[in-house]
Structure formats: C-alpha cells, structure tokens
Design a protein around this ligand. Structure first.
Ligand code: FAD
Ligand code: 2HG
Ligand code: ZN
Length: 477
C-alpha cells in the first residue's frame, strides 16, 4: 500500500523511471530510512528513491525540482548528527545511493580506485586489499557507511593522523547538482589548478549542495608489517607524551594513535561481549598505537620496543600488550571500535565531537569534566577518540538509572558547556561528524559573519529553492 503525499504526476514519473525496487512509498519499507543510528530523530518521507545509475539519479532530481519536492541524500545512514534523516513534515523524498554500488576500476599505476557512491567503505577496502593495496580510511561504521556518505561528511577516523581526512583522499568526483545537472570532475590528477576545486566544495557539504555519485579515491600499498599496542597511561597528557615519543622517532610510521578514558573503556569491557580488558588491571586512561610500514623487516618492532621500553622506565606507561598475531591485533581494535556501541547500550548520551590543538587537550578534558560533573551530578564523562588529530569524542553518558529523556532534555546545556571551553582553547565544535541537524543552532555563534554568509550565498546560488537536504548545516529561521 502506498503512503505517499507526492503529486500523482510526479509519482507516476518516478515509478516509471525507477521501477519497484527503486521507488519505495510504503511506510513499512521507508521506516528505516527515516530514523538515525542514534535514534535521536524520527522523520517521515514521501518516498525513498533508489536510483541505480547517475542518469536515473539526475532524472529523479530534475523531476523533484520541477515539483518543488525537497530531497535528502542518504548513504549508509550512520550519521551521528541526524544529517541523513528527513524532517517530520513527510514532504521530502530520501534519495538513497545503496544501489549505485559498483567498483569501476583499480589503477595500479596511479594508485587509485574509481567507485560508485553506494559502495560501502568496507567493500572498497576489501577490493583494494585483494589487489595488494589499501584504502587508508578506517571508521567503526565502515560496514554500513558508504563512499558517498564518507565524502559528503569528510569523514576522519583512525588513520587521519597519517593519511588525512576523506577530503585528502579524493582526486575526482561526479555529482548530481541541485538542478539535476551532472557535474563530472572525475579526474585522477595530483596536480590540476584549473579554476575552483569544485570537488572540494561538494566534500563535507553534507548533502546540501548535490548528490555525490562516483569518486576517484587514492590508495596506498598494503602495509607488510604492523605493530599494534594497547598501553595504560596515567591520563590524556600521558597519551600525548607517548604520541610525541613515537613522532620524534618516526612520524611517518604512525598509522593510528587513539585515546580511551578509563570510563569509556570500562563501558566496553562491561557491555560488549568478548571485549575484556587485556591488561592486568584497569587504568585511568589508555592509548592504542599502531605503526605500519610497506617494508617487510623488523624495524617497526624495534621502534615499538624502544619507545615503549623508555616509556616504561620513565613511568609514562604502566602496562601494555603488544599484538603478536593478526587475530590479537583485531581484538585490540575491536575494543576501540566498540566504544560507540557500548555507550549506546549504557543509555542516553550527549556527544561532543570536538577538536582542540594537541597541547590544549589535557586542559580541555580537565575543565570540561569538572564543568559537566558540576552541571549534572552522577554524569558519566566518557571521552575517547583520535587524540593524534586533536579530536576527542567528549561523550557524556546519563547517570546510571536516570531518565534518558530528562537527561537529553539538557543536551544543549551540556553541549554549550563543553563548547564554551573548546572555544577558549581555539578548537572546533565539530571535528569529524559534521553539523547535520543536531548542531545547526551553533552555526551563527561559531561560524557567523562573512563565513556563514558566504556559505549561505553558495547554497542559494546552487540551490535557489533550498530543496537539497533542507534543515541541515544552516539554522532555519
Ligand atoms: P549518511 O549517514 O547516510 O549521510 C551522512 C550525510 O551525508 C548526510 O548529510 C547525507 O545527506 C549526506 N550524504 C550521504 N550520501 C551522500 C551522497 N552520496 N551525496 C551527497 N550527500 C550524501 N565518522 C567519522 O568521521 N569518523 C569516525 O571514526 C566515525 N565512526 C563512527 C562509528 C559509528 C559506530 C557510527 C554509527 C558513526 C561513525 N561516524 C564516524 C559517523 C558516520 O559513520 C560518518 O559520518 C560517515 O561518513 C557517514 O556515512 P554514511 O554513508 O552512513 O552517510
Ligand atoms: C569513533 O571514533 C566515532 O568511534 C564515534 O567517531 C564517536 O560515538 C562517538 O561519539
Ligand atoms: Zn571518531
């Protein structure tokens, strides 16, 4: 049964264009597209469009524009900020890229992969691996998040410390613009100074400037050696000192450097199966370090042992476990990657995906912890994150036994408390997850003046009817 509010003429045109598996209007079929991973938002949509080609996507956008129908681009639907969830009006269509899922080419000379937007990050990584190559971007949601979503959010993750964010990996792009035109900048060039870099405008635009349909992504040789260790450290300052010690010896060897607080680690150990703490006793904080090299010698093991040996002697590290096999390595990573899931299971949480300059991290964590504990007695402050990038997920978990709704009713008070400290330290209120609909209210005070004004002008020039992902990034009146 159809539950759509689409005008009959548009309904017929979209049904003809996309066929039954590409055009969903029954609310049972569309339900999962209308809520987010965190279940913070419950929207409605007039239909879900699932084009299988760029041409169909462009035609569908053209039809929607002709009828003034808003569109919400969606990939794997793992947004942490409600970016891919439609509003409650039921007027918008969700345009899902999941059927555009072909890997088109892997180029060994240029070390690139040409891939459609709906290929999951994991599928793209696996395809590269089969060819002895590596797609150097890794996030815990990689089984669902897709290349289009990764680029639209400029995702970061665990390997940014070495290879940069998604933005740094994309050489070329194809996108359906808000008027239905196909923008083809699918070049695989490292040097190409020919006017505005339009692909960079689309990257990080969170679906507000068009729908990314294909991309050229840079690859790397697959590492032949990896050394991975989980270390107990006294605090975030200790983790940073350890990071600096590795960086001093060989900055290019650091593949990942992650931080976990004792509280966030404790939630993983308690709430996730097969994730016990692999150290003799709990610590106040932990660092997970991974070194990687395309060389097949033992130089990484030597580096790891030298730096950790010195850190033990100086008291910087009190305990550590080194992965001795690929299985052990994966187990250590599982502990880190289950942090978001563990916090979801612990109850309601407020996420502060912030960044500050590296030197300011200890002061940030100390001040923000004190301020949040004063605001809500019993709150569980559970920070973790990509400390090598200055990116801390300063997450706040509801007091045990508290009412989740009551806790979430104070979300802005908590977010503003944290953000005010971030601001004084020269940081950002959103490091890698974006603005979505969760943080639009922060934009005027953080990105006001000429910055937000220029963003609005670009948006109005490319999408004069404001049909492409309305209500995201920009605060509504
Ligand atoms: P969606 O959630 O579907 O969409 C995200 C945004 O992009 C929306 O605004 C949407 O409109 C837009 N969009 C989607 N596809 C397109 C397209 N083809 N063209 C134009 N716009 C589009 N993020 C990180 O950066 N680092 C992490 O380490 C990380 N870890 C995570 C772990 C978990 C468990 C979860 C649930 C999320 C995590 N995220 C992380 C957040 C999220 O996975 C990323 O933002 C990811 O890039 C979103 O991809 P997606 O395909 O799910 O996009
Ligand atoms: C991660 O680094 C993700 O695991 C999720 O960015 C962070 O749960 C979070 O806040
Ligand atoms: Zn993260």
């Amino acid at each position: 049964m159809s539950d759509t509010s689409l005008p009959p003429e548009l309904y017929t045109a979209l049904a003809d264009l996309l066929g039954p598996s590409g055009f969903l209007t029954n609310s049972t079929d569309t339900a999962s597209y209308c809520t987010d991973w965190r279940m913070l938002y419950q929207g409605k949509c007039a239909a879900v469009l699932r084009p299988a080609t760029t041409a169909d996507c462009a035609q569908a956008v053209t039809l929607c524009v002709q009828h003034g129908v808003p569109m919400v681009p969606q990939g794997g639907n793992t947004s942490m900020v409600g970016g891919a969830t439609p509003d409650e009006s039921g007027k918008a269509v969700v345009i899902s890229t999941t059927r555009m899922n072909r890997i088109l080419n892997i180029d060994h000379a240029d070390l690139t992969m040409t891939v459609e937007a709906g290929v999951t990050l994991k599928a793209a990584q696996d395809a590269a691996l089969k060819e002895g190559l590596m797609l150097p971007l890794s996030i815990s949601s990689e089984g669902s998040a897709d290349i289009g979503g990764i680029l639209a959010t400029n995702a970061g993750g665990n390997n940014t410390v070495r290879y940069g964010n998604a933005r740094e990996l994309a050489l070329g792009l194809e996108a359906v613009m808000p008027d239905g035109a196909v923008l083809n900048v699918m070049r695989k060039l490292r040097k190409d100074n020919t006017g505005y870099a339009l692909r960079q405008l689309l990257i990080g635009s969170e679906g507000t400037l068009g729908i990314i349909t294909t991309a050229v992504i840079q690859l790397q040789p697959q590492p032949r050696t990896r050394e991975t260790a989980l270390c107990a450290v006294p605090n975030a300052k200790g983790a940073l000192d350890l990071f600096a010690a590795f960086r001093k010896q060989d900055p290019a060897a650091i593949q990942a450097f992650e931080y976990m607080s004792g509280t966030s680690m404790g939630l993983v150990n308690a709430l996730i199966d097969n994730c016990p703490l692999p150290l003799s006793e709990p610590a106040a904080a932990y660092a997970l370090v991974e070194l990687a090299s395309p060389r097949a010698d033992d130089s990484l093991r030597t580096l790891m042992e030298e730096v950790l040996g010195a850190a033990f002697e100086s008291g910087l590290v009190s305990d550590a476990v080194l992965a001795e096999s690929e299985t052990q390595r994966q187990n250590l990573w599982m502990i880190r990657e289950e942090h978001a899931e563990a916090q979801k299971r612990a109850g309601a949480s407020v996420k502060n995906d912030v960044s500050v300059p590296l030197a300011a991290i200890p002061e940030f964590i100390e001040k923000a912890t004190q301020a949040c504990e004063a605001l809500i007695p019993g709150i569980r402050v559970a920070p973790f994150g990509h400390i090598g990038d200055g990116n801390i997920h300063f997450n706040l978990v509801q007091p045990e036994g508290a009412d989740p709704k009551g806790f979430l009713a104070q979300d802005h008070a908590m977010m503003d408390t944290v953000a005010n400290i971030v601001r004084t330290l020269g940081g950002s209120f959103s490091a890698e997850h974006g603005v979505g609909q969760l943080k639009t209210y922060m934009m005027p005070s953080w990105r006001g003046g000429a910055e937000l004004d220029s963003m609005r002008k670009i948006k109005a020039a490319l999408d004069p009817q404001n049909l492409m992902n309305p209500g995201k990034i920009f605060p509504t009146a």
